[in-house]
Design a binder for this molecule. Sequence first.
Ligand SMILES: Cc1ncc(COP(=O)(O)O)c(C=O)c1O
Length: 363
Amino acid sequence: MRFASDNTSGAAPEVMAAILKANEGYERSYGADAAMARVTDLVREIFEAPQAVVHLVATGTAANALAIATHCPPWGAVFCHQHAHIAEDECNAPEFYSGAKLVLVPGAHGKITPETLGQALSTTGESGVHGVQRGMLSLTNVTEAGTVYTPAEIVALTALAKAKGLPCHLDGARFANSLVTTGATPAQMTWKAGIDVLSLGGTKNGCLGVEGVVLFNPEKAWELELRRKRGGHLFSKHRFLSAQMEAYLTDGLWLRLAAQANAMGQRLVQGLRDRQAHVPPADANMLFPEWPIGHHDRRLKLRVPPTTAFRPPKAANAPGSSRRGPRPRSMSTASWTPSDPIASQRRIFAPLAVPGVCNRKTR
Ligand SMILES: Cc1ncc(COP(=O)(O)O)c(C=O)c1O
């Protein structure tokens, strides 16, 4: 087990094998490859959406930025959680690609609520030509706090957006993990819940580098295609993206990998809680535990039993606080780890020397 972001893991052997296979011979370029046609078929079947259109890109940031630019006008507001990845971790790419403004909506544990969204919707877009207009809703599942929206929770939010005529986006960088947690089908979690466009994650869950933008409304497909090219995200040797996504979606690999990552995540949550660490709600493979700096080192040196009383850390930035910033260190368990047991064992101990509370997310 490695105590770091799932971004630090390798790719699944099935995905690597597919890339090697795609390297044989010659193939058509720029998305006209045969594997891409199979990816479209797989997405349509898995999502029970025969009209769906999918475009592949190499990063989640590109998927989000293109999805948003295609659905929100430059004078529009994108309603998203205050800690959404699009708001905090994408260097303004969504604003850059769309020209739109992000309106940050609060909510505990990474989740927007109908109340907070209702409030934001009612106070935005009310100043006529002078102010920002309501543009679209963007949710994230698994959320940035490691919690998971159920389909019912998504419906409650998209219904409010739809009542104002707004399209809805789902950042699914860890979409498979959210399916495993809830047991929902891909359709229940997306178009049946009012989602118009999905950023379908692959990289965090065992791919080398591929994400899909899935449009449930095919009317926007050509615009997205043009924006992908104009934004420099249309790969010439596209078959290497297609091969990854095809392997990922074939025979349920994506769900098996997510189930493994979630199971390890929950084991980690339990283990930390048993040792009195403070672990906020963590529904899938991502957690934000907190414990005082030096806690591990002391425990390892003194061989203090796991029941040692835990003193919660002082509030961030409080006088004398050991926390240097507002956000704790994140951990997300990867779906795939190397099989070398000695290397894995070494990894278990290495991060224990790292200060337990850090002011930046791990990447
Ligand atoms: C929720 C979420 N969305 C989007 C992204 C963006 O992915 P990328 O780093 O590939 O641009 C990440 C990356 O960690 C993420 O956690």
